[in-house]
Design a protein around this ligand. Structure first.
Ligand SMILES: [Zn+2]
Length: 410
């Protein structure tokens, strides 16, 4: 396939280039590519191609609970509303919840995400059907040494799905230091080491988490020896930031603000050269899954006292290059050899003008949907349509399951 006549974002600037794709990968980038016999040509005149975006933390199936628990402090939100409702989520409900979330993410140029939840086998099926990339983890919790078979479920998920079509990957998702024992966390670390699995965990989102363990105690269990995505890190003290060296923090600014959990220490992390990434968190706590919006809020918050903070290129890296590094998969830049994962924009979009400041305008002004999103050389969203799913059917099933879970009938 050849993507022809577009402007392409390479090294943070727009250039006129054609892109040849073979087996889902970029194999040639040059100003004019001649078509070979049998090759499909997609004319993208008037369009801009950028690397696709990565959402490094969500709970996709929680779209079923979007808007269900509002204006509540974190503990009431989680323990009184969310956990009881989650009991009612069936595997089929999780499938349609995940599909709806992927539809939302695809309209915002997201090509890959990291998920932590239950019924992940059905989330994997949804990812397989929809065409997106994902690093999936079964949320792991234990009490009194018993995890109700959750870790076994995660291993079964790994055996069944890891590496599927170069799109689905399986990691380990201990829920949080406050819901896991140290023995259990050590077991998870051992498993991650022996299978080379990515580990992701909610990490010091709330101040009260210090009552159980310190960040140092947790990291010293071996989180510094595995590929680790600590999520939130909102309450980390400046002296604790260097504990995260070697990890890929997922910043969830919007969720943190909405649940009253504070502001993540992005500038301290950048000063420590941490490759920060952006996560939206689940749709029940954000409530949207648009990393461009979340990145913009994160940038503004870091700039509130000093506009030199969180500069343009570093901000863009957080949703592209660093996102891929976090998920431990290749991509994030438009170069030969990388997967053909793209967000595609209309160059006449008003908020992108003037076009010579494309990246500035994309990060600081753009609020709309993208024109198209491509994953491994295939469109998952283009011009308002989803080639792999029937919108009406998904919406109808999704609504049925959402009503069942929330108990709201009309
Ligand atoms: Zn979360």
């Amino acid at each position: 396939m050849i993507l022809r006549n577009a402007k392409v974002l390479i090294n943070y600037t727009l250039q006129r280039a054609d892109i040849r794709i073979h087996d889902g990968k970029i194999i040639e980038i040059s100003e004019n590519i001649e078509r070979n016999d049998g090759e499909e040509v997609v004319d993208l005149s008037g369009k801009i191609i950028t690397p696709g975006f990565v959402n490094t933390h969500t709970h996709a199936s929680m779209s079923l609970l979007r808007g269900y628990a509002e204006d509540l402090p974190f503990n009431d939100w989680l323990f009184k509303k969310i956990l009881p409702a989650e009991e009612k989520i069936t595997p089929e409900g999780a499938y349609y919840g995940a599909l709806l979330s992927m539809m939302e993410m695809a309209t915002h140029g997201i090509v890959a995400f990291c998920d932590m939840y239950f019924h992940e086998d059905m989330v994997a099926k949804a990812v397989a059907d929809f065409g997106m990339k994902a690093l999936l983890t079964r949320g792991l919790v234990d009490s009194n040494g018993d995890d109700n078979g959750r870790l076994d479920e995660n291993i079964a998920l790994y055996k069944k799905w890891h590496g599927y079509e170069d799109r689905i990957f399986v990691g380990l998702g201990p829920h949080a230091p406050y819901t896991c024992s140290k023995t259990y966390l050590s077991r998870i670390i051992d498993l991650a080491k022996s299978n080379d699995m990515v580990v992701t965990m909610h990490f010091f989102e709330n101040l009260w988490e210090y009552e159980k363990y310190t960040p140092k105690e947790i990291i010293e269990l071996g989180f510094d020896k595995v590929h680790f995505i600590p999520v939130h890190c909102t309450q980390l003290k400046p002296e604790d930031i260097e504990l995260l060296n070697g990890s890929y923090p997922s910043i969830n600014t919007v969720s943190n603000m909405k649940l009253g959990n504070g502001i993540p220490p992005v500038e301290d992390m950048l000063n420590n050269d941490l490759p920060i990434t952006i996560g939206t968190d689940g749709p029940a706590s954000n409530n949207s899954q648009n990393v461009l919006f979340d990145l913009r809020v994160s940038i503004l918050l870091q700039k509130r006292n000093d506009p030199k903070n969180f500069v343009l290129n570093k901000a863009f890296d957080s949703i592209t290059k660093n996102g891929y590094r976090a998920l431990n998969i290749p991509g994030g830049e438009i170069v030969v050899g990388n997967p053909a994962d793209f967000a595609i924009f209309d160059e006449e979009h008003i908020q992108l003008q003037p076009l010579q400041n494309f990246l500035e305008n994309l990060l600081h002004a753009y609020t709309d949907k993208v024109y198209a999103t491509m994953v491994n050389g295939k469109f998952v969203y283009i011009d308002g349509k989803f080639p792999t799913v029937n919108i009406k059917e998904v919406l109808s099933k999704f609504t049925t399951f959402s009503k069942r879970v929330t108990g709201i009938e009309n």
